[in-house]
Design a protein around this ligand. Structure first.
Ligand SMILES: [Zn+2]
Length: 88
């Protein structure tokens, strides 16, 4: 795995805030291509694709056009914490 520059798996939420999808992104060293595997949270369909690696990274669902953004971990954490506090 030493030739991997970036690897992440994130859960994706739909408009209602439920986790109904996921995205996995892998970028190899010396490469600007991101290998992406996703399940769209909006339409439930998924596929493997290769996209140009950029930051911030986002992928458009090839089925419904939903824009899946790769949210920074910290931002996602804050959001989840806020949501948890709201419920409590
Ligand atoms: Zn979709």
């Amino acid at each position: 795995m030493s030739n991997v520059r970036y690897l992440t798996t994130r859960e994706l939420t739909n408009a209602e805030g439920k986790v109904t999808g996921m995205i996995k992104v892998m970028v190899l060293k010396d490469s600007n291509d991101a290998k992406v595997k996703y399940v769209c949270p909006e339409c439930g369909k998924g596929k493997d694709t290769i996209e140009k690696w950029k930051k911030p990274f986002s992928v458009k669902c090839g089925f419904c056009g939903h824009d899946m953004k790769l949210v920074k971990l910290l931002a996602q954490f804050k959001k989840e914490k806020k949501a948890a506090l709201g419920k409590g």
